[in-house]
Design a protein around this ligand. Structure first.
Ligand SMILES: C[S@@+](CC[C@H](N)C(=O)[O-])C[C@H]1O[C@@H](n2cnc3c(N)ncnc32)[C@H](O)[C@@H]1O
Length: 238
């Protein structure tokens, strides 16, 4: 994570917006490598995730949560030094408008950190846990009529940036998450699976989802968890 730290520490007390924050995993990652930010605001449209973890940072008054669609934000122009978008690109209906919105909210000299889990045929057993969790979440969201594609390839991510980002790429690297993986407990992951399952409790396919959830939990218990391959792309506003 030295690249992430090196980018974050270029800014003095940066104000950060985390889009599609979910239960705040990327905020936790930022806070793990760099604490000298003035504020991090996490926004998301899915309140079940926000609800699940709104207590996670309750002792940190610099972190705030908002139930907000990135396409409907009303933050003034040039509000943030850093905008992060982690594992969210494949959830967005209108990628072009989202990029335009992000660029408006970004201060000159500011950066967008886009990190995205990518498909790979070369995963360890622990990393397969991440992929299993992802495809379960995508399936549940699909049942709930939410936009959630299966994992993008690296080419898909780079094509989306090339087509829609008004800002040039400043750097790209593979995110090293080894030390961060150790912070995630089996209970955290079980809670995530249970939270997803709860959302389809009224579905006629609930029993099927429940069986899948049990199989995923068994796999997690047996194999542990590690993030699958994730790329980080930095886009810089001049
Ligand atoms: C896979 S989660 C990513 C969570 C976290 N950032 C991470 O890296 O693990 C993607 C999130 O994007 C959110 N999302 C999708 N469309 C959005 C939008 N238009 N505005 C804000 N959040 C959105 C979803 O609700 C979901 O919680």
């Amino acid at each position: 994570m030295k690249e992430l730290k090196s980018y974050l520490s270029q800014y003095e007390n940066p104000r950060i917006l985390d889009i599609g924050t979910g239960k705040g995993d990327f905020i936790a990652m930022i806070d793990y490598v760099y604490q000298d930010y003035s504020e991090i605001i996490g926004i998301d449209i899915v309140d079940y995730l926000l609800e699940m973890d709104e207590s996670a940072f309750e002792n940190n008054p610099k972190i705030k949560w908002m139930d907000l669609d990135v396409l409907e934000t009303t933050f003034p122009k040039n509000s943030f030094d850093i905008i992060s978008l982690s594992n969210t690109l494949h959830h967005i209906k209108d990628i072009k408008s989202m990029f335009n919105q992000m660029v408006e909210m970004l201060k000159p000299g500011g950066i967008i950190i886009l990190s995205e889990l990518i498909s790979s045929n070369d995963l360890s057993e622990k990393q397969i846990s991440h992929q299993l969790l992802h495809s379960f979440a995508a399936k549940i969201d699909h049942e709930l009529n939410k936009v959630h594609s299966q994992i993008f390839s690296k080419e898909n991510v780079m094509q989306a940036i090339e087509m829609y980002s008004p800002l040039p790429v400043d750097a790209i690297w593979e995110l090293e998450t080894k030390s961060f993986d150790e912070e995630i407990t089996l209970e955290d992951l079980y809670r995530l699976v249970d939270g997803l399952l709860k959302n389809v409790k009224d579905s006629p396919k609930f029993e099927q989802y429940k069986e899948e959830a049990i199989a995923i939990k068994d796999y997690l218990q047996e194999n542990g968890f590690s993030y699958a391959t994730t790329i980080c792309v930095v886009l810089k506003k001049q």
